[in-house]
Design a protein around this ligand. Structure first.
Ligand SMILES: [Zn+2]
Length: 332
């Protein structure tokens, strides 16, 4: 029976999974994404994560039929370009060949957000729809599109929903522009803003104390969730602001594309779950031009493993339901 590997390379963590042909997870592992160094250091951690997952599944990486990788940045011919959320990755790095050498099995690469959107469309919360918008709310806010059953990549850069402008001349975004949705809702931008309010303006918050208590170097989704549970005023204010921006940004995209479904994934999206998906849907309403028939808004059903399971679709051209071929053609 063929087994497949998948690696989801995120700005915060590397998630690896081994699945059988029916998408049962046989083993998984996760490691923090290196915050220093460069692409070779990231590649080494990815190989280790995959080896750990293989060990949990009681097999060797070389026994796998293939390993798919969902990576941030632009993916072209096995290389990854300008993955700006990763350390020292402004240029191009041959990630595919490097991992192939390390692990001894065939590799296939795709953009992480497109991979995760395809996974939700094929296997998760988007199964019922022909057109779908995936919103991955984490370090940044990524977007993936399926239109009439096919991924839409534009000229290669489609889906950058995080940089939809929700306020002209608004807050500074991590991309350098102003007023982007991500400047209000992205975890990285929220952390910069929270730190400034706390350190420069003296606003009280448990966020940074929680971060240290849990041995984190960043305000992870878990840290935000715990602060919300403790009714931290600053965290609550910032999440309200994020949801407000997400509602406006997502509704604007829906006004243009009129998709049937919206799936909210990503570290924060999955962690905050259904109550926040519901809030986002409510915040969308005032901005929807056709508000009598809003699209369904779901939380990503494949959860935290979705990106990694989606990545396995990249190497499954012979999959029994044909899922792999479409995904590999569309996403690779
Ligand atoms: Zn931006």
């Amino acid at each position: 029976m063929p087994r497949f590997g998948g690696i989801d390379l995120g700005g915060t963590k590397i998630q690896a999974v081994i699945v059988d042909e029916y998408n049962n997870a046989l083993g998984s592992s996760r490691r923090p994404t290196p915050t220093e160094g460069g692409p070779p250091d990231v590649a080494r951690e990815m190989a280790t994560a995959l080896r750990d997952a293989a060990k949990a599944a009681e097999l060797e990486p070389a026994e796998l039929a293939g390993v798919g990788v969902g990576s941030p940045g632009t993916v072209r011919d096995g290389s990854v370009l300008s993955a700006r959320n990763l350390p020292g990755w402004e240029g191009s790095f041959p990630l595919g060949p490097t991992l192939e050498r390390e692990l001894g099995c065939p590799m296939a690469l795709g953009n992480d957000v497109q991979v995760a959107t395809m996974a939700e469309y094929r296997l998760g919360a988007g199964r019922l729809y022909d057109s779908l918008l995936g919103v991955f709310w984490g370090t940044g806010v990524g977007g993936g599109l399926i239109l009439e059953g096919r991924p839409w990549r534009g000229r290669g850069a489609a889906g950058e929903i995080g940089h939809v402008v929700v306020e002209v001349d608004g807050a500074r975004c991590t991309c350098g522009r102003r007023g982007c949705m991500e400047a209000y809702a992205g975890r990285a931008a929220m952390e910069i803003h929270a730190r400034r309010l706390h350190e420069e303006k003296g606003r009280k918050t448990v966020l940074f104390k929680l971060m240290e208590e849990h041995g984190r170097k960043r305000l992870t989704s878990g840290v935000w969730a715990r602060a919300l549970e403790q009714r931290d005023k600053l965290a609550t204010h910032m999440l309200d602001r994020a949801v407000h921006a997400l509602g406006a940004g997502i509704a604007s995209v829906v006004n243009v594309l009129d998709v049937e479904g919206v799936v909210i994934g990503g570290g924060l999206g999955v962690r905050l779950g259904h109550p926040y998906a519901k809030r986002i849907a409510e915040e969308m309403l005032p901005h929807l031009f056709t508000d009598s028939d809003p699209p369904h808004v779901h939380v990503a059903a494949l959860g935290d493993l979705g990106g990694a399971i989606g990545a396995t679709l990249l190497v499954r051209e012979q999959a029994p339901d044909g899922a792999g071929s479409a995904a590999a053609a569309g996403v690779g």
